[in-house]
Design a protein around this ligand. Structure first.
Ligand code: ZN
Length: 97
């Protein structure tokens, strides 16, 4: 057991609830992972030592309106980048990509 970055869960939850509003070119697991990784690089990590506390930290993020806006903005920016240039096989197999 190591430390856990709660921000990963928060970004994942937020991405899954907003992805239908973000005009994604591709909804595959790899593109969603790319979007999460890019967004996480922009956001401060929130490490916890015990994943049992994760729901509490997540709830505090969801209640924090300014923090939530920052997270949605980082995800929207990352989603736009990945949609412009998807790196997954779905697009790699098509000529011109
Ligand atoms: Zn994809």
């Amino acid at each position: 057991m190591g430390v856990h970055n709660v921000m990963e869960d928060v970004v994942r939850d937020t991405l899954l609830s907003y992805k239908n509003n973000m005009n994604l070119t591709c909804h595959c697991e790899q593109c969603l992972n790319d979007i999460s990784a890019l967004a996480l690089n922009e956001l401060p990590p929130r490490y916890i030592a015990n994943s049992k506390y994760s729901p509490y930290v997540r709830a505090s993020h969801e209640a924090d309106h300014q923090g939530n806006t920052t997270i949605v903005a980082a995800i929207a920016k990352s989603a736009a980048l990945v949609s412009k240039n998807p790196r997954c096989e779905t697009f790699a197999m098509k000529p011109g990509h």
